[in-house]
Design a protein around this ligand. Sequence first.
Ligand code: EPZ
Length: 457
Amino acid sequence: MNTVANDARAAGARVGLSGDTITINGGSPLTGRIEVKGAKNLVTKAMVAALLGESPSELRDVPDISDVRVVKGLLEVHGVKVEHNVSEGILLLDPAGVESAHMTDIDAHAGSSRIPILFCGPLLHRLGEAFIPDLGGCRIGDRPIDYHLEVLGSFGAVIEKLPTGIRMTAPDGLTGTKISLPYPSVGATEQVLLTAVRAKGKTELSGAAIEPEIMDLINIMQKMGAIISVDTDRVIRIEGVDKLQGYTHRALFDRNEAASWASAALATGGDVFVGGAQQAEMLTFLNIFRKVGGAFEIHDDGIRFYHPGGELKPVVVETDVHPGFMTDWQQPLVVALTKANGVSIVHETVYEQRFGFVDALVKMGANIQLHSECLGGHPCRFGQRNFLHSAVISGPTELHGADIEVPDLRGGFSHLIAALTAQGTSRVSNVGIISRGYGDFITKLRQLGADFVIEGE
Ligand code: EPZ
């Protein structure tokens, strides 16, 4: 079995799936209420930030997802005491006993996660050394780490490539620096933040990513004692300090999960109240949702997403860094676009290969063509490089049930939606991988009236 399937099986076991395959009888709308918790893409980084504190940290609204378990395992092999109250969604992280870990232990706990790269800055400050194994993450293109290594090097880390991974040391400590990112990378911006807050002197980062999850990480670090200012034009300035404390923080909600359930409501002709979702972080998504023909109501405690009846309309969407339309929102939306009357275009500009999931939709009857040209708007950095990064979706099409296999996290959720909208029965394998980022998705599907059976139960 390959690594992805192994991860999926392990993740599946943890979410209460006895196998990693479910059989879905599609064709009925999803209706009801579900709750979203803290954002995967903030919570995992907030856990790493706890390494920088001289006292314990407390993180609330933590989702029950396998990525949290991966980071918990990684923190534990580095000597951090972690208590996870899963039902309350609270993590207590005590970094008093931080110690170096073996590459093999890090590798064993990291699985396919890319998170170990973000441990480097904090570990270099605390221990003077850090290791990273070969990194994975969702299979959506190469996902290189060159920006991360350049960032760490410019703070003064000495980087040594070994056959099993990378070893870093900081014989003279880390010193603030001036960095300009060639692309506003989320991970590289977090790398700068996690390293600069304890570096000697000032750091200036231009070309920074400013996603809400990054802003919430900055909120956390400010609580810890960091001095960070976010200026106009993607410039972040950090004044290094000698000491940081632990934090207490309630994580920002998961806007990617909220958008996924919204698209599921629209594609199935349903009505889903997503408790915990908030308008500000979803502004761009809500505009597109409305243009496609979806309706929503903003409430204090969440957002109701529903299909108001009538035809869905085609749209032209380009994924982009914040405040653009997130790359993690396109896969579930594409399923809804197969129901729209006309030709939609989705131009993926963040990752070069994020349309692998459409093969399954085509197998189910969708009319989707992939192109290597930049369609629908501005040329992007993938235009001249022969990557199939523009999708043309012609609708409306009726999807029919099929045997499909989840390729990655967001593509996997789109497969679930496709199976839920399809006429007939679909067998969806590898679903455990979805629990990397969707807490209790099986329970939530049940709450929304989905008709499915878990194989082996
Ligand atoms: C984060 O990935 C998220 N992951 C992704 O979510 C999300 O899609 C992405 O940001 C964009 O919003 C986590 O937060 C754990 P990047 P990250 O660095 O930080 C290139 C999901 O499904 N790049 O902003 O890895 C890279 O190849 C996931 O929840 C380099 O070239 O993304 C990509 O084209 C998937 N060199 C672009 O930058 C580098 O060293 C943006 O990536 C780093 C990145």
